[in-house]
Design a protein around this ligand. Structure first.
Ligand code: ZN
Length: 336
């Protein structure tokens, strides 16, 4: 099979021929149809994640069809369409798993990080990492829902906002353009925030009721003028921009971060105390959460805007993602 691997930390993407991987006990071989390129793939490319063994095939936004079942797998059948996201498997034995908290499994695996992922014609994954994919979704469009989609959908649905509450989405990129659609379709009064006026038309097209250009004034004041936000979902990888909106929270408001920046977020205690505000984070979710994301997306017509590239052009596609040029998610497709 053809695969795209990185053979050392900081190495280039290499298109290579590899033997077809065989599924072991509890594993499934997936014939990959599409794999999204995520900013987190940089962990593999740059070696910025502990314990990665090289060569490694990245990719954790995978849609494909079950191709072969390892011993003991009976929950899936050949030809069935499935997805693999960031959460790439769990042990069922540790304390977190015994409490049903698979995301925090002490032995959690990450697809495309702990084992080879979806930048390939085939991949092998543990059966518990697979999500079922609704027929209504196109494979290339469904792929980004397994990371960008589940992260924003799951964060929003667990954030405690109710229909009619104000949800502000900071950053209208790969995650944010999905978050705006989810918030709107979940019944929220939806506000999009982005630097500059360029994203306004798109944000409104995606369902935003209001748009705040964060470069045009104090974004916190602008949010307060709209009554304050019950949830500010920050998808922006920019802690200074995040700190600037904390003052836009309304009563019992929560700033929820899903975009990563190394710098600290600055919050003064008095920004939190009177309005009972909180700051939190949310990590994607389980394969069941992926299924819920895919089902919701299919029913309510939430789709990512994507650019597709053939597998062989992974390096070019990755650079487009990294250079912030992609509108809005880049997806590799495996011809035929
Ligand atoms: Zn990702």
């Amino acid at each position: 099979m053809k695969a795209v691997q990185v053979s050392k930390a900081g190495g280039e993407f290499e298109v290579v021929e590899r033997p077809l991987p065989e599924p072991g006990p509890g594993q499934v071989r997936v014939k990959v149809e599409a794999c999204g390129i995520c900013h987190s793939d940089a962990f593999v490319k740059d070696g910025a994640f502990p314990g990665i063994e090289y060569p490694r095939v990245p990719g954790h936004e995978v849609i494909g069809r079950v191709d072969a079942l390892g011993p003991g797998v009976d929950a899936f059948s050949a030809g069935q369409r499935v997805g693999v996201g960031w959460h790439g498997g769990h042990c069922f034995r540790c304390e977190a798993c015994r409490a049903g908290d698979f995301v925090n499994c002490s032995n959690a695996q990450i697809a495309g990080v702990s084992y080879d992922g979806g930048y390939a014609e085939y991949m092998v994954a543990p059966a518990e990492a697979l999500a079922r994919v609704p027929d209504a979704l196109d494979s290339a469009e469904a792929a980004p829902l397994l990371c960008a989609g589940i992260t924003t959908f799951n964060a929003l649905r667990n954030a405690g906002a109710r229909a009619g509450d104000t949800v502000a989405v900071l950053g209208i990129g790969g995650l944010g353009h999905l978050a705006v659609q989810y918030a709107r379709k979940m019944g929220m009064r939806t506000v999009a925030l982005s630097h500059g006026p360029a994203k306004e038309a798109l944000a409104r097209e995606l369902g935003a009721h209001d748009y705040i250009d964060t470069s045009a004034g104090d974004p916190a004041e602008a949010l307060q003028a709209l009554g304050g936000a019950r949830i500010i979902l920050s998808t922006a990888p920019n802690s200074a921009a995040i700190s600037a909106v904390v003052g836009g929270l309304g009563r019992d408001g929560c700033l929820l971060v899903v975009g990563v920046d190394g710098a600290p977020i600055e919050v003064a205690p008095l920004q939190l105390i009177p309005g009972r505000h909180s700051v939190g984070g949310w990590p994607s979710g389980t394969p069941k959460d992926s299924e819920d994301t895919l089902d919701f997306s299919a029913r309510f017509d939430v789709l990512p805007r994507i650019e597709t590239y053939p597998l062989e052009q992974a390096a070019e596609a990755y650079d487009r993602m990294l250079g912030n040029q992609a509108r809005f998610r880049v997806v590799l497709t495996m011809g035929g």
